[in-house]
Each structure stands twice: as C-alpha cells, then as structure tokens.
Ligand binder design. Structure first.
Ligand code: AP5
Length: 210
C-alpha cells in the first residue's frame, strides 16, 4: 500500500487537482477539511470541537486529526493507499502517518501568498458532487450548472472570507511549511508551480506520478 500527499497553502488547488487525478491514480481522495466539515454538519463531538478552530482559521489539534485518519485508513477503499489532501499539516501528523501507511510522493503545489485571497474568496463547490469552481478563474462551463453532475446547487464555505484566509495562511507558514524540509530529506518531495492554468498543473503532477 502506497499513498500520495497533496501539499500546499490554502487555495493552492489541492482539492481541484485531487479530483482530476483520482481516476488516473485509482486512489480515493482523503481530505481532512472535507471530513471535518462533514463532522461539523453532522454535529458530532469531533465536529463541535473542530468548528471553533476552523472558524478562526487555526489548525485543529493533532490528536483529533490523527484519530480521524486512523479510522479512515481502515476502510475498504483505502487498502491500496489514498491521496491525502490537506493532511499532514504538522510534523507530528507526518510522523503519525509514517506509522500508518507508506507515502510514495509528496506533491507540493506552490502559489504566492498574493494570489491566495482572491482564489479563496471566489471559490464555490457543487452541493451534490463537491466539484470545485471559481467565479473568475474556473467557472462552470454552462452558467449555474455543475460540469461534474449537472446539479444547480452550489455552496460556499464558512471559512472562505478574507480575514480567516489570512489566519489560515499564517498557520500554513508557521506550522505546515516546515514539513517541506522534513519530506525533502526523505527524497519524496516534488515542487509544482501552481500559479499556472489548471490543466498544465494536472499534466505535471501526472508526469511526476508516472
Ligand atoms: P481545508 O479544507 O483543507 O482547507 P485548505 O488547506 O485551507 O485548502 P483549501 O481547501 O482552502 O484549498 P485547496 O488547496 O484545496 O484549493 P482548491 O482546489 O479548492 O481545511 C480547512 C480547515 O480545516 C483548516 O483551516 C483547519 O482548521 C482544518 N484542517 C483541515 N485539515 C487539517 C489538518 N490536517 N490538521 C489540522 N487542521 C486541519 O482551489 C481554491 C480555488 O482556486 C477554487 O475556487 C479553484 O477553482 C481555484 N483554482 C484552483 N487551481 C487554480 C489555478 N491553477 N488557477 C486559478 N484558480 C485556481
């Protein structure tokens, strides 16, 4: 079993690329952000404790995240590995992951801070299939109709506002970016320029994974 990590700041395009490369890799997307939002919506104990951190743009404590991943990795569809989106985000999370599954590639999608706020503030997702769009940079082909499933229901995330994005970026630089050196030392870290058209980035990621 060998897994892939998609790494990068908020709004780098991790979710967008995960949805595009899922079919080629055959690995399911495991997004800790999506798992936490589902827990918040369901009103579980995990969701209630995570919500305060998410609303403030801070990282949810490691023990909560690691427990979620330990459970998720036991599911049948994870038996050949998974594609992690937004996990790990701290060195303790990476150390825990190393004890759970082998990671073959860490793909770092790099985008300058100055591009992040506009990406996040224009994001919307399909309420049915979760495909990610952007008001300006990546709109639906037909206005108001999801390219993935044809639904006309879309939603925006509670934490996608300019104030929270700045906190999320600080958390990224302080707690998550040190992971780059941690993985570089293991020879599995690949940098991709994420400030380009979406298709070009997908091609480069698939080339790295070949
Ligand atoms: P999470 O949901 O993981 O959010 P994030 O890391 O901040 O990343 P995003 O989902 O915002 O961005 P993305 O890189 O997926 O970009 P996307 O493809 O959508 O986490 C949310 C919160 O949960 C955290 O703040 C934290 O509280 C908690 N959390 C989650 N995991 C945790 C963990 N492991 N530990 C602790 N806490 C955790 O793209 C963004 C927009 O840009 C879209 O509109 C898209 O259409 C557009 N776009 C994509 N690519 C391009 C491009 N190349 N050019 C132009 N626009 C583009």
């Amino acid at each position: 079993m060998s897994s892939i990590v998609l790494f990068g700041p908020p709004g780098a395009g991790k979710g967008t690329q995960a949805q595009r490369i899922m079919e080629s890799t055959g690995l399911p997307q495991v997004s800790t952000g999506d798992m936490l939002r589902a827990a918040v919506k369901a009103g579980t104990e995990t969701g209630l404790s995570a919500k305060t951190y998410m609303d403030a743009g801070q990282l949810v404590p490691d023990h909560v995240i690691i427990a979620l991943i330990e459970d998720r990795i036991q599911e049948d569809d994870a038996s050949n590995g998974v594609m992690f989106d937004g996990f790990p985000r701290t060195i303790p999370q990476a150390e825990a992951l190393a004890g759970i599954t082998q990671v073959s590639h860490v793909i770092a999608i790099e985008v300058p801070d100055g591009k992040i706020v506009s990406r996040i503030c224009g994001r919307y997702t399909c309420g049915n299939c979760s495909m990610v769009f952007h008001d300006e940079f990546n709109p639906t082909t037909e206005e108001g109709v999801c390219d993935g499933c044809g639904s006309n229901e879309f939603k925006r995330r509670a934490d996608d506002n300019a104030d929270t994005v700045l906190s999320r970026l600080s958390a990224y630089h302080e707690q998550t970016s040190p992971l780059a050196a941690w993985y570089e030392g293991r020879g599995i870290f690949h940098r991709i320029d994420g400030d380009r058209p979406i298709d070009e980035i997908t091609t480069d990621i698939l080339n790295v994974l070949e």
